[in-house]
Structures are given as structure tokens and as C-alpha cells.
Design a protein around this ligand. Structure first.
Ligand SMILES: Cc1cc2nc3c(=O)[nH]c(=O)nc-3n(C[C@H](O)[C@H](O)[C@H](O)COP(=O)(O)OP(=O)(O)OC[C@H]3O[C@@H](n4cnc5c(N)ncnc54)[C@H](O)[C@@H]3O)c2cc1C
Length: 438
């Protein structure tokens, strides 16, 4: 492909890269050996510099898009790392198999899902994406291709799952899918007032509902009103009554507006309208998995809405103990700053430690907020939020980050020194240079 300017999802920069396309899985090792130092690039759905290597090489995996084998009896899929999660689900859901864990967009690659060890709305029930990766092949820049799994190579596997692409290029992966009886979900939408009510709902829902998530209006101040959603897969019998799935035409943001459409004036009415719209839907419903799990995938290029300066996502996780106070303090800091976020997502994580050395999820509660890039003003708010996260021994999510400091990173990820030993010296990213020095 050659020299090209590439942005991450947050569109905070547009950096020149030497883009090398990967097509043939047999030749990945020789390409990465010849063009090191570089970094694998999936579908660019990470928000910041974890998927960028400004001024350097990106190995684009879009051409590594083949399914290699699928066993219909066991649900084991072997595919190349550039395959999109959406393609796996669309091909295999009609055959009764789905991915056990997917994030809030299915327009990401298998390699990207492994490198950020992504989580979904069912973390309490199913853990992270990496928990369902049985094995993978990894091309290193010294020309080696290694086969990794959790039993024979536990350390390098644990460094690679959640390893931000820094241990090598994942070429293929063997994934364990889960059986589903239908593509439909039984959902329930419940409005709540205040964080105490949110935590009560999370506690009573987790043992009985596979998927839980909530949206919180961070502009509502002390009341912290929100909408709690929970869902379970629908059985085949119940699903039989459903109409055939109608494919909607995707919506689009066709150009980058000169200023952010998300600003102080538009946020309050948007959040109010969204709250009342969702509240109107309260109660039990049946939903297809796509709009429930990936509500924004139907609006192409929605990230352009923030205008030419782009936007940040700030996603933290804080332990349950002290978590309510920490989230309350973050909401208060946001309200006081006047920097609003729309679509703030609040969700509890289950009581399981992730297997990756640098995986983000830990037992506790995670808050994710989008902010238009307002320059210094926005950074001052982030520093206040960082102090709250640090105080309660929380951490920030690298898939979303573009600005955390090195000491906050080191404090949040105690297995960092163990991880560094497994890095491939021919791989670097904007983030690795910012947070690890190379
Ligand atoms: C709307 C939206 C909702 C989201 N919701 C969630 C969510 O609910 N939960 C969650 O966890 N995340 C979520 N994310 C973040 C997203 O899931 C991750 O950033 C994901 O890693 C992006 O995958 P990608 O294929 O686009 O990879 P990229 O963003 O291109 O790259 C991500 C990382 O993967 C590495 N990588 C990519 N391919 C390979 C490979 N073959 N070998 C080695 N390394 C590789 C890159 O080097 C980089 O470090 C969301 C993002 C968006 C835009």
C-alpha cells in the first residue's frame, strides 16, 4: 500500500505510516522480518495510539481474512487474524454458533480482539475474549512462527493475550465458539436513580442474566439517573415466533463537520432525550443480538460527529470496595468541569482476574465516557479523574487511551515488568513509546 496517513478511532491525529498489507499467512513472518520495526494494525477501532506507529511501519491485517476450518460438532473455529468478528457471527450464528465474548462493536478483527483482550456485556458470566482462544500462531520479527496455547506456552500466551500487539503478529487463532439456539435475546430495560440503585440492580441481575450494561447521564449531577439493560439468549421455541431478520440500511455521517456536533449546547438535550426514549422502552422485550450488542455499528463513521479535533474515550475500572464513591466522585468532577460526555457506560465486571498480563478487566466497576477534544480544559478534567482512579487502585483501558501518564500506567498494571521480557524488540507503537519508553 505504501505511505499513508492513518488515524485511530478517536481521530486525534492523522499520522504518516508505511503501510504493508498482509495477505498470505505463509509469508507474514518474512514481511515482518523485512519491515521491522512495525506494528500490526487490525480495523483501527482502538481510540488512541495503541494501534498507531507514527512515522513507522504498520502491518495491515485486512487481507488475512480467511476461515481455515470449523468443526460443527465442537464449535472450534480456526481463522486468520484479520477476520472481523462480524463475519464470524454472520456466517456461524445461523448454524447455531456465536462468539462467547464480543465488545460493543463487532467491526473489529480477531487479532485486535486478542491484543486488547476485549470484554463484553457478559464479563461476569464469560470473562474476556482471551478466555476462549484455544491456541494461536505468532510471527516474530526474527522470522520465527510460534504456536502458543495456555498449557504448553502459558507465559508467552499470557503476554500475547492483552499484549497490545507487542509480542508478535498473530497470524491465525483457534477459537471456541458457544452454542446458541437463536439470534434473539430476551431483554429488560430498567430506569434507575442513583448509584446505590445501580449496584443493587447489578447484584440481583448478575446471577440470572448473562448480559448487563447501563447508560448513565453524567450531566444529571447528584441524581445520576440511568438506564439499566439486561439480556439472556432466547430459546429456539420462543424464537420461532419472531419475524425474519430485516437488514436495515446503515446510517452514515458523510463528512467531518467543521466543529464538533457534540458540545455543551447539544449534550444536555441529547442526554435528556436519550434517557426518556430508553425509559419509554422500559420493560421486557425481544431484540436481535446485533442492535442490542452493537448499537452504534449501524451508524457508519459516527466518530466524525466530533469534528476535526477528534475525541477521547476515558475508560477506567475501579475495585468494588470504594467503587461507588469513586464513580460518584468522577461524575461530580465531570459535572463541575462542564465537560459533558454523552453515552457514558457504567458496568460491573465479574470476580475473575483476566489471564493476560496486561488485560484491562479486574473485579470492580467500569465507567466509559466520550469527550470531545477540548484541549487543555479536557486534559485538566482527565487529571482530576486520574487522581480518583489512582487513589482506589484502579486502572485505565489501553484500547481507549491516548494520554495517560507513565506512572499511572505502571501503578495500574503490576505485571508490566513480567510482560516486558516477552516483547518482540522489532515491534513498537505510539503507545509503547509513550508508556514503556520504546
Ligand atoms: C464503538 C466501539 C465500542 C467498543 N466497545 C468495546 C467494549 O465493549 N469492550 C472492549 O473491550 N473494547 C471495546 N472497544 C474497543 C475495541 O474492541 C478494541 O480497541 C479492539 O482491540 C479493536 O480491534 P481492531 O481489530 O480494530 O484492532 P486495532 O484497533 O487496529 O488494533 C488494536 C491492537 O491490536 C493489535 N493487533 C491488531 N491485529 C493484530 C494481530 N494480528 N496481531 C497482533 N496484534 C494485533 C494492534 O497492534 C493494536 O495494539 C470498542 C471500540 C469501539 C469503536
Amino acid at each position: 500500500m505504501g505511505v499513508k496517513s492513518i488515524s485511530a478511532w478517536g481521530r486525534l491525529s492523522n499520522d504518516v505510516h508505511d503501510v504493508q498489507m498482509l495477505h498470505d499467512r505463509a509469508h507474514v513472518a518474512s514481511v515482518v522480518q523485512t519491515h521491522a520495526p512495525g506494528l500490526a494494525f487490525g480495523n483501527g477501532r482502538s481510540y488512541g495510539d495503541v494501534c498507531l506507529n507514527p512515522g513507522g511501519t504498520l502491518w495491515h491485517t485486512v487481507g488475512l481474512n480467511k476461515f481455515i476450518s470449523f468443526d460443527d460438532a465442537s464449535g472450534r473455529l480456526v481463522c486468520e487474524s484479520g477476520v472481523l468478528l462480524r463475519d464470524i457471527q454472520r456466517v456461524l450464528a445461523p448454524r447455531g454458533w456465536m462468539l462467547p465474548v464480543t465488545p460493543g462493536t463487532q467491526r473489529i478483527t480477531v487479532g485486535g480482539a486478542i491484543a486488547n483482550d476485549v470484554h463484553g456485556k457478559n464479563h461476569h458470566a464469560a470473562g474476556c475474549f482471551g478466555d476462549h482462544v484455544l491456541s494461536l500462531t505468532l510471527a516474530r520479527t526474527n522470522g520465527e512462527v510460534l504456536t502458543l496455547d495456555w498449557n504448553k506456552t502459558p507465559e508467552l500466551m499470557s503476554a500475547t493475550v492483552g499484549g497490545l500487539g507487542l509480542t508478535g503478529v498473530v497470524v491465525t487463532a483457534e477459537l471456541q465458539l458457544r452454542r446458541v439456539e437463536s439470534p434473539w435475546l430476551l431483554t429488560e430495560t430498567l430506569p434507575y436513580q442513583g448509584l446505590t440503585e445501580f449496584f443493587e440492580l447489578a447484584d440481583v441481575s448478575e446471577p440470572h442474566w448473562e448480559h448487563t450494561v447501563s447508560w448513565i447521564d453524567c450531566l444529571a449531577g447528584a441524581t445520576a439517573r440511568g438506564i439499566f439493560m439486561r439480556a439472556n439468549p432466547l430459546s429456539a421455541n420462543a424464537a420461532e415466533a419472531m419475524p425474519p431478520w430485516i437488514q436495515k440500511r446503515p446510517l452514515n455521517v458523510p463528512f467531518v463537520p467543521p466543529v464538533s456536533l457534540v458540545n455543551r449546547l447539544s449534550l444536555k438535550p441529547f442526554n435528556l432525550a436519550y434517557y426518556h426514549l430508553q425509559k419509554f422502552k422500559q420493560g421486557v422485550n425481544v431484540a436481535h443480538y446485533e442492535p442490542f450488542f452493537y448499537p452504534l455499528d449501524n451508524v457508519q463513521h459516527w466518530n466524525r460527529m466530533y469534528g476535526p479535533r477528534g475525541f477521547y474515550q476515558y475508560q477506567s475500572v475501579v475495585p468494588r470496595e470504594g467503587g461507588q464513591e469513586a464513580v460518584q466522585a468522577m461524575l461530580a468532577a465531570i459535572a463541575a468541569s462542564g465537560e459533558g460526555s454523552f453515552l457514558a457506560v457504567l458496568k460491573t465486571f465479574g470476580h475473575r482476574e483476566a489471564r493476560g498480563m496486561l488485560s484491562f478487566p479486574q473485579p470492580g466497576v467500569t465507567l466509559a465516557l466520550d469527550f470531545p477534544n477540548g484541549g487543555e480544559r479536557t486534559h485538566q478534567l482527565f487529571e482530576r479523574l486520574d487522581a480518583i482512579v489512582r487513589e482506589v487502585k484502579g486502572r485505565l483501558y489501553m484500547a481507549k487511551d491516548a494520554r495517560m501518564s507513565r506512572d499511572l500506567f505502571e501503578a495500574g498494571y503490576p505485571r508490566l515488568s513480567e510482560f516486558v521480557a516477552h516483547r518482540d524488540p522489532g515491534i513498537r507503537s505510539g503507545m509503547s513509546q509513550r508508556l514503556m519508553g520504546f
